[in-house]
Design a protein around this ligand. Sequence first.
Ligand SMILES: Nc1ncnc2c1ncn2[C@@H]1O[C@H](COP(=O)(O)OP(=O)(O)OP(=O)(O)O)[C@@H](O)[C@H]1O
Length: 208
Amino acid sequence: MLEVESLACLKGDRLLFRDLAFRLQAGGLLRVAGPNGVGKTSLLRLVTGLALPEAGEIRWRGESIRRAREAFHGDLLYLGHAAALNDLLSPLENLRFACAAAGDAVDAEDCVQALQRIGLADQLDLPARVLSQGQRRRVGLARLFLSNARPLWVLDEPFTALDVRAVADLAATLSQHCEAGGMVMLTTHQDAPFARPPEVLDVGVFAC
Ligand SMILES: Nc1ncnc2c1ncn2[C@@H]1O[C@H](COP(=O)(O)OP(=O)(O)OP(=O)(O)O)[C@@H](O)[C@H]1O
């Protein structure tokens, strides 16, 4: 379980939010909501340990993520809002590099299958610089198919630039991960056809 208590976030000299709290249990799907600039991405960066909170505590399986950092990161998949691709490399090379950097032992065939499932069968070997925005987004999302062993998925705007069919497919993939006992925390400004409606955490409620 992911537990967040009394969280406060400082950006520069501005307190974005404080006293933010929530729990995410096995099978849970949490949508982080709120207007532009309220602090949704900032919250995800705190929860993933990429940034430090001004106050508060984040626990994973009952342990502070600061103390149990390695175990936490082994259980976590974080996809940021920008597709971090090397434009000179192909989708296949980018995906293999991302998996290797995260310490996931996946072979080339696994990566090919993941890219085919995400709809990039015809773009496997093109340089990433020629991909459309939606295709770039899909390269990052292909990691979902290689990350079932990681229970906690934290995704920043995963639906951005996807077409209607891809939005539906992604919503189904996230729903399946939750049904299998995983957890998903995501930001999005659009509705998606999840199997069950997500819980909503409105960051605006905690804004300063
Ligand atoms: N150094 C700084 N000083 C003051 N405010 C800052 C500083 N850095 C970032 N901010 C503010 O912190 C907030 C961070 O926004 P964040 O990206 O977390 O918002 P968001 O809710 O994800 O927005 P969006 O919906 O647009 O993606 C923004 O309002 C931004 O202007």
